[in-house]
Write a protein that binds this ligand. Sequence first.
Ligand code: BT5
Length: 268
Amino acid sequence: MEFTAEEIKKIISSKISEVGTEIVIYDEVESTNSLAYELIKKGYPSGTVVIADRQTKGKGRLGRKWISPEGKNLYMSIAIKPNITPKYATLITLTSAVACTTALRRYAEIPVIIKWPNDMLVDHKKVGGILTEMKIEGERIKAVVVGIGINVNMAEDDIPEEIKEIATSLRICKGEEFSRAMLASEIIKEFDKWYQLLEKKNRKTIIDRWMQLSGTIGKQVKIVLTDREIRAVAEAIDEEGRLIVRLPDGTYEKISAGDVTLLRDKEC
Ligand code: BT5
């Protein structure tokens, strides 16, 4: 890896309250999410960040895989112990998407939008994704790991065939290379800021910002639920982070992130 934890901390420079107080960097891991969870179980503090140069078993949602070649992209997980009830769990993913998208827009100056709940897109292609995993015990969230994958310096030729149609990178979008250390620092700073708002129950600010950054609201979407498929217009996000959709018959339904695969516009 071309940078160290100390270098990231130096770039961050400003005061952070929780996220990034502990940063660990590896050359190779199976998945930064799995490792971050192990670390927080072992007693590492809430806000611990794990970054790896490559992943051998990078995970997407619902058992899918995240393609994680070495030396090109950002693979980062943040382990937290949030003081919120499971009811608001979806908001953690939305908060993370707001933080990453804000950091990406500022650092790379590209018009990234969020597709509910966890995709970051540029020109309809995926530049990044978020995988939130959590351990719930009774009415408490014991620990959460937010995994962030951003395609930074992959060139067209580096993208495997299976995702060529759907994936892009900062380099492809802007025609220049970016520093993974700088991007990681920007994300950590933004994450710290937005996560503190979530802890302070400032949910409206997060949801309003999410809606501003979203490419989903106001659009026709096709949603694959476990037992059926619906086509609807995405109207808003509710207090718990659920997507409110309007069905063709004019009725409304609230969809939780865990239940759905939201297909890309062109598949609708
Ligand atoms: C996601 O899943 O978008 C969550 C991705 C989270 C990855 C990070 S990397 C650090 C941390 N450690 C981990 O092990 N994971 C997290 P999902 O919405 O299920 O999207 C997965 C789908 O995106 C795959 O089925 C592919 O179609 C596509 N895909 C896989 N790798 C990709 C890549 N590098 N760029 C763009 N699309 C990709």
